[in-house]
Design a protein around this ligand. Structure first.
Ligand code: AHR
Length: 497
């Protein structure tokens, strides 16, 4: 058994964990909407046509900000196609995913669902084929009391009260050459600023996310961000980051060390925000919205991106295993460690498409990544503490040295939650949790996800191969001791004395 110590101190605070860091993303892509959250013909359908089995599972993840309707999809989307009486809504062609869109589930259905699910809607406007004016019209439709044109349209559609949507994204991945309407940073910056200004003239209370670099591999990485921020300055509140990772080399220790690179990505983007704030004499730096993150590599090629001109095709249906679950915990650990800069983060996505849930007919399976997200979401309230992990490390091929234990911690009054990933494939680790200025008095609860095979997955035939189980940590002498099996993730809460 190897040993590590997690050193904490309740005065060494990073910042309040913004609840929106536990956000999700629902795109009109594949079977995320249709056969995912919405399937009126399912035996699970409620009176709104939504699948109660899916919604009940999603409730367990306590999602906050929910990004909608895309994604690449939004860059060719016209919201007016998807509001009003269903029988009048046209079938449209989605070029991003080469699919057909029935528009039977649209923004109003999403906003009603958000209300029922207690989600904070995070709407993306179309800056691919759309215009600043179309975006401003949508905002008027959503947030303004009549009698003006779009507010009246909403009322006519049966929604007397405004939806009051506070969080909006100014397009999606506009730096990506694959994006419909992709333009150079200078052009996007002008469009984004014009859109931001018009939207804030309609409703000054909204918060806006401008598109930042969506992949660290792109040649414009961070230069795009600097240019966009220098132009938009105080007109936006957040800049987006995206990251999809994968075990392309089939080297599990290397794969699990990718958290080093996620930390670096956040810190690099935060540095650009701070640098621009300083040079442009801004009131404060723009904060980070990590609004797409996940594992995505097995179903990433052309075939999996092409819907073949069908409704609700099977696209991006990644099947997750134990090592992917540890990566999901690693992403969230990194966001908590950077609670001062990361204010929003959205797992991409929530059902069927690179998601913690998969449906097949009326059946549903909880994928491995479901459990770490649930374990952390349960314990998400509070202030992130700085973590100092002293313990053995290993050299990874691509991401430098990584401690075997990856960690984060949240303090909520007298309760301390710790999150520990053991990325050692062979050895158990005993982790001592020491809080410099307080004693650990008792263990309130704890759960563990673990297994002996990094490739172990939950399938429809064998749905419970990897699940969270209750797990005891011991407390004595003012410290907690957690004995982590190889390849495991632990989340537990302790009472401080
Ligand atoms: O989440 C799947 C896709 O990944 C999104 O549509 C796009 O924004 C990103 O490239």
């Amino acid at each position: 058994m190897k040993t590590s110590t997690l050193h904490l101190h309740t005065s060494f605070k990073v910042g309040e964990v913004d609840p929106r860091v536990f956000g999700g993303f629902l795109e009109h892509l594949g079977r995320a909407v249709y056969e995912g959250v919405y399937e009126p013909t399912s035996k699970h359908a409620d009176e709104h046509g939504c699948r109660t089995d899916v919604l009940e599972a999603l409730k367990r993840l306590r999602f906050t900000a929910m990004r909608y309707p895309g994604g690449n999809f939004v860059s060719g989307y016209h919201w007016e196609d998807a509001v009003g009486p269903r029988e009048n809504r046209p079938i449209t062609r989605d070029l991003a995913w080469q699919s057909l869109e029935s528009n039977q589930f649209g923004p109003n259905e999403f906003l009603e669902l958000s209300k029922r699910m207690d989600w904070t809607p995070m709407m993306a406007v179309n800056l691919g084929t759309g215009t600043p004016e179309e975006a401003r019209n949508w905002l008027e439709y959503c947030n303004i009391k009549g009698p003006s044109k779009y507010a009246a349209m909403r009322e006519q559609h049966g929604y007397a009260d405004p939806f009051d949507v506070k969080l909006w994204c100014l397009g999606n991945e506009m730096d990506g050459p694959w994006q419909i309407g992709h333009v150079p940073a200078e052009t996007y910056a002008i469009q984004a600023q014009q859109t931001a200004r018009m939207m804030k003239m309609v409703d000054p209370s909204v918060e806006l996310v401008v598109c930042g670099s969506c992949a660290i591999e792109l040649p414009t990485y961070l230069e795009w961000d600097r240019k966009v921020l220098e132009h938009c300055k105080n007109d936006v509140e957040y800049i987006s980051l995206h990251r999809y990772v994968g075990n392309w080399k089939n080297d599990t220790p290397n794969y699990l060390a990718v958290t080093n690179s996620i930390d670096e990505q956040i810190e690099a983007m935060d540095s650009v925000c701070k640098s621009v704030a300083h040079t442009k004499r801004m009131k404060k730096p723009v904060k980070l919205s990590f609004d797409e993150w996940n594992v995505w590599y097995r179903v990433r090629d052309g075939i999996h991106n092409d819907g073949g001109g069908k409704f609700a095709p099977h696209l991006l249906e990644e099947e997750y295993n134990l090592e992917d679950a540890l990566i999901a915990a690693g992403f969230l650990n990194s966001f908590i460690r950077h609670a001062d800069s990361v204010k929003i983060a959205n797992i991409a996505q929530i059902v069927n498409v690179i998601a913690p849930l998969l449906t097949r007919g009326d059946e549903m399976v909880y994928q491995t990544i479901f459990y770490p997200i649930e374990m952390m979401a349960k314990r998400r309230e509070g202030i992130a503490l700085q973590v100092q992990l002293d313990g053995p490390s290993y050299a990874s091929e691509d991401f430098g040295d990584a401690t075997y234990i990856d960690s984060s911690a949240i303090l909520n009054g007298d309760e301390l939650s710790v999150f520990l990933v053991n990325r050692d494939l062979a050895s158990s680790h005993e982790v001592t949790v020491r809080v410099g200025d307080r004693s650990v008095a008792s263990c309130l609860n704890g759960e563990l996800v673990s297994g002996t095979d990094p490739k172990a997955a939950n399938t429809f035939e064998s749905p419970n191969t990897i699940v969270a189980q209750n797990f005891e940590a011991s407390v004595g002498g003012g410290v907690a001791t957690v004995k982590l099996p190889p390849m495991s993730f632990y989340a537990g809460t302790f009472k401080l004395g």
